[in-house]
Write a protein that binds this ligand. Structure first.
Ligand SMILES: Cc1cc2nc3c(=O)[nH]c(=O)nc-3n(C[C@H](O)[C@H](O)[C@H](O)COP(=O)(O)OP(=O)(O)OC[C@H]3O[C@@H](n4cnc5c(N)ncnc54)[C@H](O)[C@@H]3O)c2cc1C
Length: 472
């Protein structure tokens, strides 16, 4: 009998954020670079692959590695240096956005780009090059990186910046953790004069107005994001609600010291002052069926008929989804998937109309639709366009899995025809052909050439990488 090199006590079943995909792997939680090197050595010796994992908040198989090793970098979570004069911060990759903003806000700074959850790690945010509700203005997360250090599977340690090893810099950021392990990052934070934002919320009655108002608000506001009621059809197709926000100017907030305190930002622990938030998902669960979501969406739309303006904390505005912990559990045991596509502004009208109509025709409407305005960026595996994104959450059941998968592939064709792109942190259906079409052959070749250089033995692989790039 051969003995396996990896002890069984390391074997774990890991899943994606939506709990709809699962894979068994050997889990390691390194605390330093030497331990990562050791794992690479052992993996090479025994012919196993390695996937990097941050907080596992990707909606798909990006941080899964069936049968291989998963390196969870969350224990490398030191803030190495912080300069409140310049706003430059250097961190290990396991630092979360939560730890980051809580460290810097009392000094009058905020991360320039954040995701809709603060649980994500800097390593994960760089691996996917995340965008925020201000993508049209400040670009992606990677655009604020001054310098990063990465450990390559060859054992080499490299320092990259936009000007030093620039090609590698623009590929490691967005590279899905497939070129090397980011071991530290230095970023420029954004100066703010208050812990509050001026927020405006208003309804948009249909697709045309929805797109037009996202477009119009983008140059004026600092953040803009739309909720799209994907159950509405006919004249109301594409209706929803926009939320925009602007920073406070210097002197506008009479108590900036108070509003920039972490305690002021922290989301309340109970709903209506009574129910612990940790049990809310149980109450949501019965509504997570087509008629239930239609009812909630319709009620939400009509409740929002009156325009509102109000001050809101940064954390409250950005991390609304964290307000209900474990909300994804409301989707049930088989979970959810997210499908996010990015479509140029010239073709977005027709493409969104087709996408929404098709999901309704197939009887698989999305239960949550979110829209954003974007601008292109220079990173190798970029998902952004000069246009808009539509993120659609779909409930997965054992009964609908195959039908859903077929429909998402139909949606891919609509997006490709419209000249659109996809995001490797979200979609679970992107095929090698789709990736090649939206990235272009030259980009795929450049990525493969870099991978050969940084990882000649293909140690870094994930389920996502094998699915999309395995055959390219
Ligand atoms: C509720 C919710 C809201 C979200 N909102 C947004 C949003 O607004 N905008 C947006 O862009 N995304 C959003 N996302 C997606 C999320 O930001 C990304 O999937 C992000 O990559 C997750 O970070 P993580 O730490 O969980 O990384 P993981 O999901 O664990 O990993 C993501 C990728 O990064 C790689 N990686 C991890 N660590 C390293 C490292 N040290 N070096 C190199 N590569 C590494 C992994 O291999 C993997 O490919 C959201 C997700 C959720 C659940």
């Amino acid at each position: 009998m051969t003995t396996h090199p990896f002890p069984f006590e390391r074997l774990r079943t890991l899943d994606n954020f939506g709990h709809s995909l699962k894979a068994q792997s050997y889990l390691y939680r390194p605390t330093n670079v030497e331990q990562i090197m050791e794992v690479f050595k052992t993996a090479k010796q025994h012919g196993l692959t390695v996937t990097l994992r941050g907080a596992g908040r990707s909606y798909n198989d990006a941080a899964l590695n069936g049968g291989g090793i998963v390196l969870d970098i969350q224990d490398m979570h030191r803030i190495i240096s912080w300069n409140p004069e310049t706003g430059l911060i250097t961190c290990e990759p396991g630092v979360t956005l939560q730890k980051l903003w809580q460290h810097i806000l009392p000094d009058g700074w905020w991360p320039p780009v954040v995701s809709g959850t603060m649980m994500t790690t800097l390593g994960g945010c760089l691996g996917m090059n995340i965008h925020g509700k201000n993508n049209f203005k400040l670009g992606t997360f990677g655009e604020h990186v001054v310098e990063l250090k990465a450990l390559l599977p060859t054992g080499a340690e490299v320092t990259c910046s936009p000007n030093l090893n620039g090609e590698l810099f623009h590929a490691i950021i967005s590279g899905m953790g497939m070129l090397g392990v980011i071991t530290s990052v230095t970023m420029q934070m954004k100066h703010v004069y208050s812990g509050l934002l001026h927020v405006r919320a208003w309804n948009v009655p249909n697709l045309e107005v929805h797109i037009q108002e996202l477009l119009d608000s983008a140059p004026i506001d600092d953040y803009t994001v739309g909720w799209l009621d994907s159950t509405a059809s006919g004249k109301g197709l594409g209706r929803g609600q926009l939320h925009t926000a602007k920073y406070y100017k210097e002197g506008e907030d009479p108590e900036p010291k108070k509003t920039m305190q972490v305690a002021y930002q922290t989301l309340p622990a109970t709903m209506f002052g009574v129910f612990p938030k940790s049990i809310i998902h149980y109450f949501m669960a019965p509504f997570m069926i087509n008629p239930g979501v239609w009812l909630i969406n319709t009620a939400k739309y009509f409740a929002g008929m009156k325009d509102k303006t109000y001050p809101q904390s940064h954390a409250g505005f950005h991390f609304l989804l964290d307000y209900v912990p474990d909300w994804e559990l409301a989707y049930g045991k088989t979970g959810l998937l997210q499908y996010q596509s990015f479509i140029p502004k010239e073709t977005v009208h027709d493409a969104w109309r087709e996408i929404l109509t098709l999901t309704q025709k197939r009887g698989l409407p999305s239960y949550l639709g979110v829209t954003k305005r974007h601008r292109p960026d220079k990173f190798l595996l970029s998902h952004a366009v000069d246009g808009f994104s539509l993120a659609l959450d779909f409930k997965v059941t054992n009964g609908n899995r195959a039908k859903l998968s077929a429909m998402l592939q139909e949606l891919d064709q609509i997006v490709l025809e419209a000249g659109g792109r996809f995001y490797f942190a979200k979609n679970s259906e992107t095929s090698p052909e789709t990736a090649k079409r939206f990235l272009g052959e030259e980009t795929v070749e450049r990525f493969k050439a870099l991978k050969k250089r940084t990882d000649p033995n293909n140690l870094l692989e994930s389920d996502l990488y094998r699915r999309v790039f395995g055959e390219l």
